[in-house]
Design a protein around this ligand. Structure first.
Ligand code: PMT
Length: 400
């Protein structure tokens, strides 16, 4: 009988097999200590805490990793959302892919927004002992925007409102998510999970992974297996007789277990709110897939988005009325996006003519704009906070 795939096991079995196969990341004890102290501080202050996951996870092809599979996510959704949560008074644990975008510094770290372009060298003072070296200044036209970002950043830092915890691989993400969710138990309904990370759906289990760099050309004589033809396919796995002259690399990936069940039913605090995301590229699938996820994991909200319109529209899929609610940035306030396709806006909407029209969003007097327009996260987070508040009230008010 062949060993069942993790995706075919019960959630509890899959959890036990998955977490026993990998050593926990070396950074985990330190991250746990930081998270524990952060959570204690905010429990004491009766402050809500949101765990924001952000960015993509890598899937290593070798144990001593040279190559890995990655995905498109830059962490824009997570980093931007974290700022709006902080503005709403939440403390934020930002579990992010290392080197992806971070709250606040994202305004100056993107490759199209290089921080050096915001700076200038001012002339040296007339009495300077070093007339060739003027002070480095922020250019006039960026002063206001940078002051505002800097103030918010410093406020978050000085008041201990933002904890940054990085991961890289999919297994690091899993270990971190499980540990932090469990540490959030004392928060009860004040805990919110906002799972915006683009977690890999497929991976190579440790038991099948090559230890060393997968070879693409001739191995030395003593390391070759039996006679191998030159067009042989090398799978990259832990093979007894590695191919000496391979042409193709065929990678055999297993499904990554979805631990949302475990998160909702075990790791997350009783009464907390769990929000997951659903990304699709086919407009006709988005609402269906988001609804299916909500039914499967019985959590509180799925935020659906299309790759091509994700900066301008999202859909809230909820168990309660109205079940499907679209939030859109009005056309005149949309930021430019190289990868975006404006002609796809509205295509994924299943219930046409639902109450959340562009006019309604405009009427909400969105208060936060970037230089290029409104950020969709400035619509998402206040709506989400309203839902979280309702949930907290329900949990904490005595039954009539
Ligand atoms: O970073 P950006 O460029 O701004 O892009 C943002 C985004 C498009 C990545 C984001 O808005 C988004 O949609 N993220 C979720 C992508 C997705 O479709 O995930 P999924 O269907 O594989 O997973 C569903 C949910 O479960 C997600 O919330 C995911 O974070 C979570 N998940 C998935 C698998 C897994 N093993 N563990 C998880 O926690």
């Amino acid at each position: 009988m062949s060993t069942p795939l993790l995706g075919e096991m019960s959630p509890a079995e899959a959890e036990s097999v998955y977490f026993n196969e990998y050593p926990p990341p070396k950074t985990l004890p330190r991250h746990e200590a930081l998270a524990r102290a952060f959570i204690d501080l905010h429990v004491e202050a009766h402050r809500r805490v949101v765990l924001v996951t952000s960015g993509g996870t890598t899937v290593p092809l070798e144990a001593q990793t040279v190559r890995f599979i990655d995905n498109f996510s830059a962490g824009t959704r997570g980093a931007t959302s974290a700022e709006y949560f902080l503005e709403q008074g939440y403390a934020v644990i930002f579990l992010h892919r290392q080197y992806s975008l971070l709250p606040y510094s994202r305004h100056y770290s993107h490759s199209t927004n290089c921080f050096l372009d915001f700076m200038d060298e001012a002339p040296a003072a007339a009495d300077s002992s070093n007339p060739g070296h003027g002070p480095i200044m922020v250019r006039d036209e960026y002063q206001d925007q940078m002051r505002s970002v800097l103030r918010k950043y410093r406020y978050a830092k000085q008041n201990n409102r933002l904890l940054l915890l990085p991961f890289t691989t999919v297994s690091e993400y899993m270990f971190e998510l499980r540990s932090i969710a469990k540490l959030m138990q004392p928060l009860g309904p004040d805990a919110l999970f906002y799972l915006a990370a683009a977690v890999s759906d497929f991976f190579i289990p440790r038991s099948r992974m090559a230890e060393h760099k997968i070879q693409s050309s001739e191995l030395p004589e003593h390391m070759r297996g039996s006679a191998i033809s030159s067009d042989e396919i090398y799978t990259g796995e832990n093979e007894e007789n590695p191919s000496s002259n391979s042409r193709k690399l065929v990678i055999n990936l297993d499904p990554v277990p979805k631990f949302l069940h475990q998160l909702v039913d075990g790791w997350a605090p009783e009464g907390s709110m769990v929000v997951s995301f659903k990304l699709e590229t086919d407009p006709s699938l988005l609402v269906y897939k988001a609804r299916t996820a909500l039914q499967r994991y019985s959590h509180h909200l799925v935020i659906g988005n299309l790759l091509s319109t994700r900066k301008w529209e999202v859909v809230f899929i909820t168990p309660d009325e109205p079940h499907e609610r679209w939030l859109r940035v009005p056309k005149s306030r949309r930021s430019k996006s190289i990868s975006g396709a404006e002609d796809q806006v509205g295509l994924a909407e299943a219930k046409k003519g639902n109450p959340s029209t562009l006019e309604e969003v405009e009427a909400q007097q969105v208060n936060e704009t970037s230089r290029d327009g409104i950020e969709i996260e400035s619509l998402i987070i206040p709506e989400l906070v309203k839902l979280h508040t309702k949930m907290i009230e329900k949990k904490t008010q005595p039954a009539q």
